[in-house]
Design a protein around this ligand. Structure first.
Ligand SMILES: O=C(O)CCC(=O)C(=O)O
Ligand SMILES: [Fe+2]
Length: 229
């Protein structure tokens, strides 16, 4: 399942992130790539262990973990420290077709996760650059994603994906991975759909309606059945 979350960061936060990022040193994006993706990755990144990436990354994690739609869609167990990238038109930046590494380890904290979901949080407005679409392949075909600054997309880390060449301006983003309590994408999608339907029923019938209570029980029991914590 591919999920878009609007307004994870406010426009003021995005402007603040961009001020800090634009004044930082960047490095070749291949520093964090696996063997296959290094062959097709052409972009720049903030140093992953640097203070700027860590501080901004923590702000993203705080914003996400207080976002009910993110929690409902991802059911996160561990979130990898966010990384930051940019693709500039004048350097011909792009990222060819690849799949993300299954396991990611963080040198600083020792955190090690299985990547269930990949996340891109857009930090440039779509009208400020051409190209730079994130193209995600799944069993239903290819999906092009290019969202307003402050919005993010979650997609299964099992998907092949690419970023098309940026042909005008600069695309800036944060990208990272998370391990979900529910490993299976289909199971997690069903839990999310059930949750969304229950929330709509609660609005119409109230939280203490007997059928709503039963469905809420089923929601928790499915999580009990599937979750690894
Ligand atoms: O820039 C993006 O949106 C995705 C980056 C990506 O796929 C990666 O770094 O593995
Ligand atoms: Fe990727």
């Amino acid at each position: 399942m591919l999920t878009c979350l609007p307004g994870v960061l406010s426009k003021d936060d995005v402007a603040d992130f961009r001020r800090i990022m634009d004044a930082s040193e960047w490095e070749d994006g291949r520093s964090t790539a696996g063997a296959q993706s290094a062959m097709v990755k052409r972009n720049e990144q903030l140093p992953p262990d640097g203070e700027v990436a860590r501080k901004l990354g923590n702000r993203i994690i705080s914003a996400l973990t207080s976002n009910p739609r993110f929690i409902a869609a991802a059911i996160p167990l561990q979130i990898f420290p966010p990384l930051f990238n940019r693709y500039a038109a004048d350097s011909g930046h792009h990222f060819g077709l690849h799949v993300d590494n299954a396991i990611r380890g963080d040198r600083l904290t020792g955190l090690r996760i299985r990547t269930d979901l990949s996340v891109t949080l857009f930090l440039a407005e779509p009208e400020d650059y051409d190209g730079g679409e994130l193209v995600i392949e799944d069993t239903y075909g290819s999906h092009e994603v290019k969202l307003p600054a402050g919005d993010c997309v979650l997609y299964p880390s099992t998907s092949l994906h690419l970023v098309t060449p940026v042909t005008r301006g600069t695309r800036v983003a944060s990208f990272f991975w998370l391990q979900s309590m529910i490993r299976d994408d289909q199971a997690r999608s069903m839990i999310f759909d059930l949750d969304t339907a229950i929330q709509a029923l609660v609005e119409r019938l109230g939280r203490d309606d007997p059928e709503t209570v039963k469905l809420t029980g089923i929601y928790h029991n499915l999580i009990r059945y599937w979750a690894e914590v």
